[in-house]
Ligand binder design. Structure first.
Ligand code: COA
Length: 325
C-alpha cells in the first residue's frame, strides 16, 4: 500500500539581496561579526508591494508543476507562516485564489520556524487517512516586514522566501515517521508582542516598537540545540532506524553555530548537515522548505536514502520528520 510522500517540490526567493556590508551602513555591525557569529553572508528582501502570499504562490506553482499536477488537482492547502498577509483571511486562501486551486480547502498554521515540518506531518495524516489526495504545504515568510531595522541583535538574522511541497500517495520519498513538541513556557523568548488581542495596535504600541520581532537570542540558542537533537532522535527511533541510517539532516537554518553544535551532539559529520544559511539567513517556516528543495535539486539525496527534516522555533515549538527518498 502506498503511503504519504513527496510528489513535488518548489521554492521562490525574491531576487534582491541584502549583504552584510549593506547592513554595516544601517546599524553598528560588521561583516566579520555577522559571519563568525551566525554564518550568514546575505539574505533576500522582498520588495515593498510583495506579501507572504505572493512568495508562497510562486513556490506553490513550482511545486505543483514539479508534481506533474494542475492547481485544480490540489484538495487542501496548509500554509505555515508568522508573517501572514493580514490577520485574516488565511494566507492559504489568498494563495488558493492566486494559483487557481479552486477545489482546495485552506487553512494556516502558526508554529513559527517549525511550521513547515508541522505542515508535513499534518499533510501526512490527511493523505494516509484517505481524506485528501493532494495536499499542498507551504512555508512562506516576509520576515523583513516584522524586523526592527534599528535592532542589530535581530535585524542581521532574518530574510524572506518561500518553499512548497505537494504531499500525496507515493512509492518513493515516503514520510516514514514524525515527532512534534512544544513548550509554551518559553513563548516569551521569541515573539511579536503587539497587534493581537493582548495588545491591539495603538499609537503607543507603534511608538514602543512592539510590532517588531523580539528575541532573547542567548536563551534560544541554548534550548535550540537540545530540542532539535531530541526531536531528530525521537523521529529516527519511531522510524525504526538509527542515526547511522540517516544520509542527510536538513535542519532549520537559524545560526551556523547551532547547526554545528547539532552535528556534534548527534555525533554525525558536518557533511551530513545541509546548510544554506550563508545565502538566506533565517527565513522561519520557509527555511526548512527551501533547504529541502535545494537539497533535492543539488542531488544531495539518492533514491533509497533517509533524510531528516528538523526544526525549532517560536512557541516554543519543535519537530522532525523522516523521509525515505
Ligand atoms: N553586530 C555587532 N555586534 C553585535 C551584534 C551585531 N549585529 N549583535 C550583538 N552584538 C554584540 C552584543 O551587543 C554583545 O556585545 P557586548 O559583549 O559588548 O555586550 C556581543 O555582540 C555578543 O552578543 P551576544 O548576544 O552574546 O552574541 P551571541 O554570540 O550570543 O550571538 C545571536 C547572538 C543572536 C547570533 C545568537 O545568540 C543566536 O543565534 N541565537 C539564536 C537565535 C535564533 O536561533 N533565533 C531564531 C530561532 S527560530
Amino acid at each position: 500500500m502506498q503511503k504519504a510522500g513527496i510528489l513535488g517540490l518548489g521554492c521562490y526567493l525574491p531576487p534582491k539581496k541584502l549583504t552584510n556590508s549593506d547592513l554595516e551602513k544601517m546599524v553598528e555591525t560588521s561583516d566579520e561579526w555577522i559571519t563568525t557569529r551566525t554564518g550568514i553572508k546575505e539574505r533576500r528582501i522582498a520588495s515593498k508591494e510583495v506579501a507572504a502570499s505572493d512568495l508562497g504562490a510562486e513556490a506553490s506553482r513550482a511545486a505543483i508543476k514539479d508534481a506533474g499536477l494542475l492547481p485544480e488537482d490540489i484538495d487542501l492547502i496548509i500554509t505555515a507562516t508568522i508573517t501572514p498577509d493580514m490577520a485574516f483571511p488565511a494566507t492559504s486562501c489568498i494563495i488558493q485564489d492566486k494559483i487557481g486551486a479552486k477545489n482546495a480547502a485552506c487553512f494556516d498554521i502558526n508554529a513559527a520556524c517549525s511550521g513547515f515540518v508541522f505542515t508535513m506531518v499534518i499533510a501526512q495524516q490527511f493523505v494516509n487517512s484517505g481524506l485528501y489526495n493532494h495536499v499542498l504545504v507551504v512555508g512562506t515568510e516576509k520576515l523583513t516586514s516584522i524586523v526592527d531595522w534599528k535592532d542589530r541583535l535581530t535585524c542581521v538574522l532574518f530574510g524572506d522566501g518561500a518553499g512548497a511541497c505537494v504531499v500525496g500517495k507515493s512509492k518513493n520519498r515516503v514520510i516514514l515517521s514524525s515527532f512534534m513538541g512544544a513548550d509554551g513556557s518559553g513563548g516569551h523568548l521569541l515573539s511579536v508582542p503587539a497587534g493581537g488581542s493582548r495588545l491591539p495596535a495603538t499609537e503607543d504600541t507603534v511608538k514602543d516598537r512592539l510590532h517588531f520581532l523580539k528575541m532573547e537570542g542567548n536563551e534560544v540558542f541554548k534550548i535550540a540545540v537540545r530540542i532539535m537533537v531530541d526531536a531528530a532522535n525521537k523521529a529516527i527511533k519511531k522510524a525504526g532506524l538509527g542515526r547511522d541510517d540517516i544520509s542527510l539532516f536538513i535542519p532549520h537554518q537559524a545560526n551556523i553555530r547551532i547547526l554545528l553544535a547539532v552535528a556534534k551532539r548527534l555525533g554525525v559529520p558536518q557533511e551530513k548537515i545541509f546548510m544554506n544559511i550563508e545565502k538566506y539567513g533565517n527565513m522561519s517556516a520557509a527555511s526548512t522548505a527551501v533547504a529541502l528543495v535545494e537539497a533535492s535539486q543539488e542531488n544531495r539525496i539518492k533514491k533509497g536514502e533517509h533524510v531528516v527534516l528538523v526544526a525549532f522555533g517560536g512557541g516554543l515549538t519543535y519537530g522532525a520528520v523522516v523521509v525515505k527518498w
